[in-house]
Design a protein around this ligand. Structure first.
Ligand code: ADP
Length: 444
């Protein structure tokens, strides 16, 4: 078509090409507009998604119904929806204005090209049949060119999003290494580690040094917010300390390698809506599923009987969201999560409050033979239960992001410091209830 136009009326081709400029200008503006809109509604979208999740999942149902909170959450969701829709309307209005301007400009160009034909014909420089051919060529070529420019415009519209993705990949490169697994042969040492969460002023950890010798149980105690979980996550390679070092058998391992070399039971562990066997084996997908090891690990944490009582034993799908499955109690779930942490056969396991949901008998059974349960692994145990903590080889007491005391249970009690105080407080509550001042007052 271009060739035909050049042969008949060469002036028309540049006029048609000029017609693409408004489309490109509009696309540039729209891309800025789209990106700004996407950024503007991101947080709102996340909040709507979160509210939708709260309102539709099973694990939230009991509490929402108990507090009759559904109506309030629906109201907030509707409020967010209304805000989103009004932003969307404003955005669409602006886009429509741009699109209209682009269309007018393109129409004017086509009109201009046709005016050139008319002018050439009137001036006698173009015969009538040639003018007809040129008009049709201009019409067809104009349509196709505007298609090309529109595609180009779509690419331009996507470009800020692609740049954003590229920047994200630059900061967090995709395909980070899975890390190389190391076995602990002497000790893990956290040396003078400090860490501050983004956006926080106070450091969560401030020059913390702890040693976890091979095969030993090291307990971390301290009040809520003292930095225990943060320290555990640094050990496990989930966070990198801002200052200080983490030495694995004397050499510095990066976070990926530490992740590959540790296992961890989180305080807020996940309850996978999968079979019991999957719930255990998900912690180590680098090896083929070992049914025998799953069963022996579940046995070791003391819930084999409970699992065998389920309708399909280890193949029972947990939870009733995906299909009609069964469920376990809070304490049984916690022991299943412990089995998950132990199934991942690493020489260091970190247990963040592993017995918080256990009844006293289950806790006693677990800790009576804690070294048998650990099977020779070194363990970092975070717990508020001093009955379990006192079994540890070393106990570190944390306060305000620092380690304030360290030693065995006997040493720390003899020291008469923070540990002795917290231990006495807990022991007193069990052993001498009548000596508690509040109780005495009430009794009086
Ligand atoms: P602990 O396990 O002893 O209860 P944490 O290590 O969880 O303490 O928390 C230590 C401090 O860091 C607390 O002041 C807590 O508020 C803060 N913190 C923990 N997690 C985060 C986070 N993801 N973002 C910001 N601050 C956090």
């Amino acid at each position: 078509m271009g060739g035909a136009l050049v042969a008949i009326a060469p002036l028309m081709l540049p006029v048609l090409l000029l017609g693409g400029i408004p489309t490109i200008v509009v696309a540039r503006r729209t891309s800025v507009l789209e990106f700004a809109f996407a950024r503007r509604v991101t947080l709102l979208g996340q909040r709507r998604g979160y509210l939708k999740l709260l309102l539709s999942y099973r694990f939230t149902a009991a509490e929402l119904r108990a507090f009759d909170a559904t109506t309030e959450l629906l109201r907030r969701h509707a409020e967010d929806d209304a805000q989103y829709l009004s932003l969307l309307e404003e955005h669409v209005r602006k886009r429509r204005r741009y699109a209209f301007a682009g269309l007018v400009a393109s129409a004017l160009t086509l009109g201009g090209a046709l005016a050139v034909v008319v002018w050439l014909t009137a001036a006698g420089r173009l015969s009538l049949p040639d003018a007809g051919a040129a008009a049709i060529a201009a019409r067809i070529l104009g349509g196709q060119l505007s298609q090309v420019f529109r595609s180009f415009g779509s690419l331009m519209e996507a470009s800020p999003f692609l740049l954003d993705l590229a920047k994200f990949h630059e900061d967090y490169p995709p395909g980070r290494s899975a890390g190389t697994r190391h076995d602990l042969s002497t000790s893990l040492v956290v040396e003078e580690a400090s860490f501050t969460y983004p956006g926080q002023e106070r450091p969560a950890l401030d020059g913390v040094t702890v040693v976890v010798p091979r095969g030993q149980v090291v307990a971390l105690v301290g009040e809520n917010g003292s930095g225990k979980t943060t320290l555990a996550k640094i050990m496990a390679g989930l966070y990198a300390p801002e200052a200080g070092r983490v030495l694995w058998d004397g050499s510095e391992l990066d976070g990926d390698d530490r992740r590959a070399s540790c296992s961890i039971l989180f305080q807020d562990f996940l309850k996978y809506q999968m079979s019991v066997a999957d719930n255990v084996a998900i912690s180590d997908t680098t090896v083929p599923i070992d049914r025998g090891r799953i069963e022996s690990t579940v046995e070791r944490v003391g819930i084999a009987d409970a699992v065998n009582r389920l309708p399909h034993g280890f193949d029972t799908v947990m939870g009733i969201e995906l299909e009609e499955g069964a469920d376990l109690s809070g304490g049984q779930w916690q022991r299943l999560a412990l089995a998950r942490a132990l199934y991942r056969d690493r020489s260091l396991v970190i247990l963040d409050e592993p017995s918080a949901a256990l009844d006293p008998r289950a806790e006693h059974e677990l800790f009576a033979d804690v070294r048998g349960v650990l099977g020779g692994r070194a363990a970092v145990l975070i717990s508020h239960r001093y009955s379990s903590v006192q079994l540890a080889d070393v106990i570190y007491v944390m306060e305000g992001g620092r380690v304030v005391e360290g030693g065995t249970h006997e040493e720390l009690v003899a020291l008469g410091g923070r540990y002795a105080e917290l231990y006495a407080l807990q022991a007193q509550a069990y052993l001498a209830p009548s000596s508690s001042p509040q109780r005495s007052e009430r009794n009086a």
